[in-house]
Design a protein around this ligand. Structure first.
Ligand code: GDG
Length: 464
């Protein structure tokens, strides 16, 4: 029988990676991430369990303990990975919830598998949760879990948090099994979103699609109250500041600038290679500014880190071709021997290197067409110390609601993006420092721990 817990997190992915040690032994290692950092203390305090997929296909590893957390793997077959994860989650729901910036693909067999896999996650949670326990379900891959779990275990307190945007009614209505998804979410006691607007979309949808009544952000469902609310996620600000201040990271930042030929302006982009992130439009803006002579090669250089992501999904394969063609075009037209205009890394870099890049960059370009929050924007700010630096930020990133001192732009307007980038490049150091200080102060109080506490507090979970 599974070990039982009073606090259970259910997420598509477990916060662990399997690594092979030098002597060939396989071991689990925590995979660092904001979510696990925020939830770690709560999980440890409640001898909590994290339910999720371990990464491979076929039989799941046996449950195990790691750094005070009970890890409970859920299996996925190759076919389930393709249909539930790559299909329904990442080719249907992901694009639909991001304003359909790519056309969502709807397939019956994908949603059937999505149901089956959601049922499996719900079953696992029902088995490990103690009487009256709190279960916190994460993100768009598991939207049916709250109601499936409530059917099996009405005694539980269930929270759900959506990390990505929640679309307006007109868009959501495209989805073939829309009512089932909505009912799935309504199985929770509290449904959290990144933005107030998303929470509003949700309560209005409940009325529109199911005729449910709501007062404020509270929906009446079968004699229960389901609360919706905005809980903007954040980063471990202190840890990020500490990392960036590390002398080795600072030295590496200097070295990066030197390797780039000590240009006047280093422009940086860091994203998963995803079509929502606006990587192409950012490259294009840079190319046009070079062509117009408003930026000059040697003086301005761009680094784009595009971490490989969802590589078997067609939209992502097409995007990679487009981005790499644009990089090739810019370097072909404007680069010189030994001085490329864009340094493009289609690889994951380690967190020290990432912090050094943030510390080295004069301008950070975060230009998503739509983004739930965008943690890269927040990480950049935390890494700047008192050195200023400019954040160019899309109005369509959740982070734009909080980071009002960024250089905000509309990513759908190429001239606007170019003008904003130029303003950021030309801004006075004193102004940049002033803007940065305001945003840094905000992030020190609004960190990821505060995010987790405010959600759990609203859900009515007692914490130390
Ligand atoms: C989803 C929502 C929401 C990226 N490349 C490397 C690397 N990263 C890290 C960044 C950052 C994270 O990945 C990306 O987070 P984002 O928030 O920017 O974007 P998504 O992955 O789309 O996340 C988003 C988030 O969930 C949380 O709710 O903000 O809106 O879409 O932490 O630093 N880290 C390292 N090497 C890389 O190459 N070490």
């Amino acid at each position: 029988m599974a070990q039982r817990s009073s606090f259970v997190v259910v997420a598509n992915r477990l916060p662990v990676d399997e690594v092979t040690t030098p002597d060939g032994e396989k071991q689990w290692r925590p995979s660092p991430g904001g979510l696990v950092t925020a939830l770690h203390p709560v999980l440890v305090e409640h001898r909590g369990t994290w339910i999720g997929w371990a990464g491979g296909t076929g039989e799941a590893p046996e449950p195990f303990d790691l750094e005070g957390i009970h890890i409970h793997p859920v299996p996925l077959s190759d076919e389930e990975l393709e249909r539930y994860y790559e299909g329904q989650s990442n080719a249907t729901i992901w694009p639909l919830y991001h304003d359909a910036v790519e056309t969502p693909v709807y397939k019956r067999r994908w949603r059937e598998t999505y149901r089956i896999v959601n049922q499996r996650f719900a079953q696992a949670a029902a088995e490990v949760a103690e009487e009256g326990a709190t279960v916190w379900v994460q993100d768009y891959q598991l939207q049916l879990v709250p109601s499936l779990l409530r059917e099996m275990r009405p005694d539980l307190k269930i929270g759900f948090f959506l990390h990505i945007p929640f679309p307006p009614i007109e868009l959501f209505m495209q989805m073939p099994f829309r009512a089932e998804i909505l009912r799935g979410l309504l199985g929770a006691d509290l449904v959290g979103f990144q933005q107030r607007l998303a929470a509003q979309n949700f309560v209005r949808l409940a009325r529109h699609l199911l005729g449910l009544r709501y007062t404020g952000q509270s929906i009446q469902v079968d004699g229960r109250e389901v609360k919706a609310g905005a809980f903007p996620i954040s980063i471990d600000t202190k840890e990020m500041e500490r990392l960036a201040a590390d002398p080795a990271v600072q030295a590496r930042a200097k070295q990066i600038r030197a390797e780039l030929g000590d240009p006047k302006t280093v422009i940086l982009g860091v994203d998963r290679l995803d079509y929502t992130k606006g990587i192409e439009l950012r490259l294009k803006a840079f190319r046009e500014l070079l062509a117009d002579g408003k930026l000059n090669i040697g003086e301005a250089v761009m680094i784009q880190v595009a971490t490989p992501s969802r590589e078997r999904v067609e939209h992502y394969q097409t995007l990679r071709v487009k981005v790499e063609r644009e990089v090739g075009r810019i370097n072909g037209e404007f680069g010189r021997v030994g001085t490329p205009a864009v340094h493009y890394l289609h690889q994951s870099v380690d967190k020290q290197e990432l912090a050094a890049m943030y510390a080295a960059a004069d301008v950070m370009m975060v230009t998503p067409l739509r983004d739930g929050m965008n943690l890269v924007a927040k990480e950049y700010i935390a890494c700047r110390g008192d050195t200023g630096g400019a954040l160019v930020l899309s109005e369509f990133a959740g982070a734009a609601t909080e980071l009002r001192q960024a250089f905000l732009c509309n990513p759908h307007d190429p001239d606007g993006v170019k003008d904003t980038l130029l303003r950021a490049v030309a801004a006075e150091p004193a102004e940049l420092k002033r803007r940065m200080r305001v945003m840094q102060r905000h992030l020190r109080t609004h960190d990821v721990a505060r995010w987790a506490h405010s959600f759990l507090d609203e859900l009515g979970v007692d914490e130390e």
